[in-house]
Design a protein around this ligand. Sequence first.
Ligand SMILES: O=C(O)CCC(=O)C(=O)O
Ligand SMILES: [Fe+2]
Length: 343
Amino acid sequence: MGWDGARQGPPVLSLKAGEGEAARRDEFLATLRQAARDPGAFYLEGHGIDPSVIDQVEALSRRFFALPEDEKRAIDMVNSPHFHGYTRVGAELTRGAPDWREQLDIGSERPLLPQGPDTPAWARLQGPNQWPAALPDLRAAVLRLQAELTAVALALLERIALALGERADFFADLYEGGPDQLLKIIRYPGRAAGEGDQGVGPHKDSGLLTFVLQRDRGGLQIEREGHWVDVPPRPGTFAVNIGELLELATNGYLKATVHRVVSPPADSDRLSIAFFLGARLGSKVPLLDLPPDLAALATGPERDPDNPLFLDVGENRLKGRLRSHPDVARRHYADLLGPDGPS
Ligand SMILES: O=C(O)CCC(=O)C(=O)O
Ligand SMILES: [Fe+2]
């Protein structure tokens, strides 16, 4: 049976329900499998992250976006071959069209990887973050939230493996030694009617799982059967969606969720925190051996000539970043670009 919730929004799952006695756990796994396949998005509660950890990052995010433009531009993403740092409104593209949001991308805080003539280009993605000098508290607060979200997302990934008939540690090679992850704090400025409404255009996320923390203002929508379904804020939960690496690993049994954000009205804005669980750069996406009833529904990942998918995690990640941030691509990856920019 498919999902029939277009009116009330995506289902709500509690991570705690996956822990209890066997019958309850099996029921949770069945619900999780269903929600992850259709609609490919759900609210997650019972995750155990203290609201004060999120509140603190939210308050600091507000202060970050209120800084003078030159302080934000001092840590512009264009400085960073790792695609870490600040993106001003309109500088990011989704399917070639500018997104109306400003954001700070904070990746895994790791040292540079050694570079040599045979080093793959994706190795340049790893490296330190850029932090705003005027807000020294941001670093510890964000890194704490990032670490807690990583733990929750990995716990959920283990449940997804179980729900698909594999061992809980099926994906371990993708995260042992530290998965690749990214936390973005984002502000969507309001826009008047007629000004356009692309907060962020329709897209799939390139990783395994995405968690979106929304507060009071909605705007996030998922696509289902050609219609946009609202995913309004729901206190105490994250909105979870499925990324392209899970579409690949399940041979399309799960589909990466197409989603977008509609700009808020003029004289308002919307703040969100998005967390992307990716896989370790240098790993390869493993293919699940699905039980026959599920395998019959796995019709292959979607083939999109504008968005080819690669089993090689680093290559997949770099492709997405180059397309979204052409200014960073030109500055730091000119050696990879054809005459028309990233392909
Ligand atoms: O801000 C949101 O609600 C979602 C953001 C998003 O989809 C993204 O950054 O990939
Ligand atoms: Fe997204």
